[in-house]
Design a protein around this ligand. Structure first.
Ligand code: ATP
Ligand code: MG
Ligand code: MG
Length: 550
């Protein structure tokens, strides 16, 4: 695909290279290991990785593990496997921010020595109060003018564990009257007597994000530190830390708008709540848009890449229709996947003039639009299953499927004419009867008459029972994502489980993550968690039709 124009980040990088600000490009993806990655992160990963590749530069995978409270190794592992699956290659080194704790401490000491940082005893509430607001200036802390010696001593004692959590913090000494509140003496170190998943009990003081992040970037010689828009007014602080920390080859921060997708839940906080409350089946529930959920649902890395490309990179916030993601997976699978027969809501069809006990094997194209996928055999006989909705006792106008007296085509097979049906004592139709015309076999060139409807089927004796799960969006944007009490306004129909479906025998050996088109029904993927050889479970990835147009 041709790129029409270069997005603003590419333009910035072009300029930096041309002006010799940098000679090469190094980007990074810096997740905090406090949850699973979602589609928004995929955008950041593919953007950063894509830029590194485009400019023949480097891409760093870095865990931003400076806050031990919520971080877990489970998340480190899931993040790694998600990024690998997306196809971003981080080479043979993974970086951890916690490896730089010594360097960060040293930098803090350097700032103290330069008179650019001080230990403050105000409480968190007091600091907030002193900070002022957008319209009122901040007030200086009474501890702001401590001597360098006293600050060095107190900071060391903070490190040595002499104080309780919250008793003291280290603050950058910048400007309490700055119009940008982030520059009003921000806290850069706090005390937290917590064991860290990697550094264990070595530290009881931890750096704040705004202090740690620029140092991480600078240590790794990142050139372009790409982050989301909410950090735009943190950039002066980022630049301040790099400058006062006296790092060579300073990195620069560039912000872009977050990817926001309609009718889904992003945001670790909300996803975590759904998982913890047991409302969804783990972080990879196919209704979620975590990367592991998308993978389980049957999305491909290619479809996500395409989606992210279509979204573009911009500085203004906007939301993207979920239908666009569906469009991308449909386009990706269209020519790659075989079109199989599956009946989701079965009713029996008996062809009374077809010899009892006999079956013939039909030659069927796997994908008419892509002959490379070859052909397969499908057994056909006297008893079949068809979709319940493909028969009506009393059809409305323009119903061209089966009803008494009407003739339809059975896909890949023959014309059949409905001759009758049976009902149980409750009036439910149990069996539909028909006769077939041997002359009308598909591929025989028969054209003496035409029919208006074509329906699909599976051979009753050889069909395999399967479970099929259909999904709708987990929330409806128009009805509001959240209830008044802050809980998520879930779509009650987000999951439909169909337990008595039948699929054609060729699907017998389908394995986790295999995907197919089920004719007329959509694209489906074998569920990696629940599908077993003796109990196949399919997730619908997406239906076949959409009004969405590019
Ligand atoms: P969330 O708020 O959704 O839980 P986060 O921003 O807290 O995500 P991090 O682990 O801090 O998650 O993010 C890692 C990287 O992914 C950051 O560089 C961040 O800017 C980027 N990122 C997070 N969400 C999005 C999004 N919706 N669109 C694009 N990039 C994102
Ligand atoms: Mg975060
Ligand atoms: Mg966040």
């Amino acid at each position: 695909e041709e790129k029409v124009s270069r997005h603003f980040i590419e333009q910035e990088i072009d300029k930096d290279l041309k002006e010799g600000v940098y000679n090469e490009v190094c980007t990074r993806f810096p997740p905090e290991p406090n949850g699973y990655l979602h589609i928004g992160h995929a955008k950041s990963i593919l953007l950063n990785y894509g830029l590194a590749k485009e400019y023949n530069g480097k891409f760093h995978m870095r865990f931003d593990d400076t806050n031990p409270v919520k971080e877990k190794n489970e998340f480190v592992e899931s993040i790694k496997s998600d990024i690998e699956w997306l196809g971003a290659d981080w080479g043979d080194q993974i970086f951890f921010a916690s490896d730089y704790f010594d360097k960060m401490y040293e930098t803090a000491v350097k700032l103290i020595k330069k008179g650019k940082a001080y230990v403050c005893d105000l409480s968190a509430d007091q600091i907030r109060e002193y900070r002022g607001t957008l319209t009122s200036p901040g007030k200086e802390s009474p501890y702001r003018n401590r001597s360098i010696e006293e600050n060095l001593d107190l900071f060391e004692r903070m490190k040595n564990g002499e104080f309780a959590d919250g008793e003291k913090v280290l603050r950058a000494k910048i400007d309490m009257s700055a119009s940008n509140i982030n520059m009003r003496d921000p806290v850069i170190y706090r005390i937290a007597h917590l064991s860290h998943q990697r550094t264990k009990d070595k530290w009881c003081i931890y750096p704040m994000y705004d202090f740690a992040h620029p140092i991480e970037d600078a240590i790794e010689h990142i050139t372009h530190s790409i982050c989301t828009l909410e950090f735009e007014d943190h950039r002066p602080l980022y630049d301040w830390v790099v400058k006062e920390g006296e790092f060579e080859n300073p990195p620069r921060q560039i912000e872009f708008a977050k990817l926001y997708l309609t009718n889904v839940i992003t945001g670790k906080r909300y996803i975590k709540k759904l998982v913890e409350d047991g409302i969804v089946d783990g972080w990879d529930d196919p209704r979620l848009v975590t990367i592991s959920a998308l993978k389980r649902r049957g999305f491909t890395p290619e479809s996500i890449k395409r989606f992210v490309e279509l979204c573009g990179v911009s500085k203004s916030q906007s939301s993207v229709d979920y239908a666009m993601l569906e469009y991308c997976i449909r386009e990706d699978l269209k020519l790659k996947k075989s079109r199989m027969l599956a009946v989701l809501d079965p009713i029996k069809l008996v062809i009374d003039n077809y010899p009892e006990g006999e079956y013939e094997e039909l030659d069927v194209d796997n994908n008419l639009e892509n002959p490379e996928l070859g052909k397969r055999k499908v057994p056909f006989g006297r008893e079949l299953y068809i979709e319940r909705e493909d028969f009506m006792e009393e059809p409305p106008k323009k119903y061209f499927r089966l009803f008494p007296g009407n003739e339809v085509r059975l896909m890949y097979a023959y014309f059949v004419t409905c001759t009758g049906f049976e009902k149980d004592e409750n009036g439910n139709i149990t069996v539909v009867h028909c006769t077939y015309d041997p002359e009308t076999k598909s591929g025989s060139g028969f054209n003496a008459r035409k029919v208006k409807g074509t329906i699909h089927w599976v051979p009753a004796q050889y069909a395999i029972k399967a479970e099929v799960r259909l999904y709708e969006n987990i929330v409806d944007e128009n009805k509001g994502k959240l209830n008044e009490d802050g809980s998520i306004n879930l779509n009650p129909n987000s999951l439909t489980v169909l337990k008595d479906c039948y699929v054609e025998p060729a699907l017998k050996d389908a394995k986790a993550y295999d995907s197919f088109q089920f004719v007329r029904k959509g694209y489906f993927c074998v569920d990696s968690k629940d599908s077993k050889e003796e109990h196949l479970v399919f997730n619908r990835i997406v239906s076949l039709k959409s009004s969405f147009k590019i």
